[in-house]
Design a protein around this ligand. Structure first.
Ligand code: EPU
Length: 316
């Protein structure tokens, strides 16, 4: 990788027409944190991923607008972290990686509405909803991602989906403007929200007034179910495949005998076959090889084509 007045990378020739000075210029003046050559494994639930040219944690929404404008002026790609259904390849990500972890505000508004900034973790939001006797998010118990990540992928479980509660979304557009998008203007699909291009920085959720002890009981029961059936204590990226119509990917993978299959330190979980876990030093290449093996075996043995729920990004 060449630095200083030369292209930052040779791997991403398609869009990496920027220099180290461009990257520095794009992150100049931010009030949040800026880390160059930051290992992305630290930022993912899978604990896998090569380095980013730079990771920024904007201090607030205005800081997000600033980095978007400055990156656009220099044609530097931006990638926003947030979801946990993510695998970053071993070569990492060129350009600017944005983490919204500092956007952590939550407030209750009249009419049982919660406004949460994009970097709020789902467990934190559920805790807040319980304390305020607000029902509607119980389905998300045990989901570790951020609110923004859950909006973007319309996260869901058998009990419900993000779209069931979204009232409106606050975004920073690719030109660095703040906009508000009503839920009615957004098409939500299975694990996908068709939003305007930009960064989700906040969401208004329409909840309902409930009884605190009842909400807490549902959350605890569901957490227990997930702890009993999913490898929540090991690094993973949640479910790897979407469920095929009227079936469960986990059931199919177990049925063909692939529980425990391994490539390097990547393993098909012994607890839930639609999870892959990192037993320590797994590389993205190991996970990708294991995904290939699972898909081809399922296709050959059952005729079912498994589609990825996991999003794979970055350079090889
Ligand atoms: N099953 C097996 N073997 C396994 C896993 C599951 O036989 O290894 C069987 C179970 O016994 C059950 C059926 O498959 O009869 C369904 O299993 P489960 O209740 O665990 O649900 P799932 O369809 O595998 C979905 C979501 C999960 C979510 C759970 C619980 C998808 C792709 N998966 O899993 O979401 O946590 O329901 O609500 O939608 C995620 O999105 O990252 C995720 C993990």
């Amino acid at each position: 990788m060449k630095r200083g007045g030369r292209p930052v990378t040779t791997a991403a020739r398609v869009h990496a027409r920027f220099t180290r000075a461009d990257v520095r210029g794009a992150v100049a003046g931010l009030r949040g944190s800026v880390s160059f050559q930051a290992p992305l494994r630290e930022y993912t639930s899978f604990k896998i991923g090569g380095p980013a040219d730079v990771v920024v944690e904007p201090a607030d929404i205005e800081d997000v607008c600033l980095v978007v404008k400055q990156a656009r002026a220099r044609k530097i790609p931006l990638f926003v972290l947030g979801g946990t259904n993510l695998l970053i390849r071993d070569g990492g990500i060129r350009g600017i990686v944005v983490s919204l972890v500092r956007l952590r505000g939550i407030k209750e508004e009249p009419g049982s509405v919660l406004y949460a900034e994009g970097g709020v973790g789902m467990p934190t939001l559920i805790g807040y909803a319980i304390r305020h006797s607000l029902a509607g998010l119980e389905w998300a118990a045990g989901i570790p991602g951020t609110v923004a990540g859950c909006v973007v992928m319309n996260a869901g479980t058998k009990l419900g989906e993000m779209k069931d509660s979204i009232k409106a979304v606050r975004m920073v557009t690719m030109t660095g403007r703040i906009i508000e998008v009503e839920a009615a203007q957004v098409r939500f699909e299975y694990r996908r929200a068709l939003l305007p291009r930009g960064i989700v920085v906040g969401v208004w959720l329409q909840l309902t007034q409930g009884v605190r002890s009842e909400i807490e009981r549902v959350v605890k029961d569901y957490l227990r179910y997930r702890r009993d059936t999913q490898p929540l204590a090991m690094p993973s990226a949640g479910c790897v495949f979407k469920n095929p119509p009227n079936d469960s990917a986990g059931r199919l993978i177990e049925a063909v005998g692939l529980k425990g299959a391994r490539v390097g330190d990547a393993e098909v979980s012994l607890k839930h076959a639609n999870f892959m876990v990192n037993r320590g030093q797994a590389r993205a290449a190991d996970v990708i090889a294991l995904i290939g093996e699972v898909r081809s075996t399922i296709r050959r043995r059952t005729g079912v084509r498994l589609d990825l729920e996991l999003k794979i990004v970055g350079e090889t």
